[in-house]
Write a protein that binds this ligand. Sequence first.
Ligand code: GLU
Length: 305
Amino acid sequence: MPAGRYAPSPSGDLHLGNLRTALLAWLAAHAEDRQLLLRYEDLDAGRTVAGSAERQRADLESLGITFGGDVLRQSQRQDIYDDAVAELRSRGLVYECFCTRREIQEAARAPHAPPGAYPGTCRTLSEQDRARRREQRPPALRLRVPDWQREQSVEDRLLGRVDGVVDDLVLIRNDGTAAYNLAVVVDDHLTGVDQVLRGDDLASSAPRQAYLRELLYGAQARSAVEYIHVPLVLSPEGRRLAKRDGAVTLAQLRERGIGPDAVRDLLLDSLGLPPGSLGHASEAFRLEDLPCDPWTFQESALPQL
Ligand code: GLU
């Protein structure tokens, strides 16, 4: 069954910005008979907060955002990511990288280096050099992208064409865990995701993820996916909404006497949709009508008690 997905990192309670994106993922999936999958992106053990996954799911469901299929936790899928890397390695598309973050920053300042991209320092190390470096530091594994394939683009249903430069991105970090881009691509493909709806702060990662999907699973798998990057929610100061911006999680709002139904209606209103159940709102939902500007959250928009 075709699917959309919502993929939070369980690093604390979801705020109104996260919830609004999840609500849109539900509406967009259900508008075209997809199921919406839930996937926890918990590969970064240092950021994962115990109990947060369960709280996030309870919050989402209290707004009516329900999920189909199995719930995935990326931390339990390392062998699947390793298999994908083994496949790329067998095609000569993987190399070991010993660079520290600092070395990358310094090398990236060199003239002609594409901004923010890995400058390729470890691409051409000899076997001898690699053996020596391995004694000092475990390697990360990077994708060897042929130069002529670096420019990639995807078509986004809201943003139009999104162009990007694909650098030799990290596949496996030097602690042995899968990197974000690899895990997203493998999971989306293996779970039948053909609609990626998420915040537009992640739009720039779409070209490289589309490219990696094609490398791993073929051109058809790449073109089967549609991308929808939705505007973020901003604080009154114009920054991306964060937990410090007042009452922005369901638990904080509940303390003020504002329950999940009122929050759901507030979020629907911000999307120009009628209040009530998501099923009801979905009848009026049209992706093409979605406001393309960010929504600024003002506490004055909260129902007055
Ligand atoms: N885990 C990411 C986040 O919480 C979302 C990644 C994605 O949707 O591809 O921002």
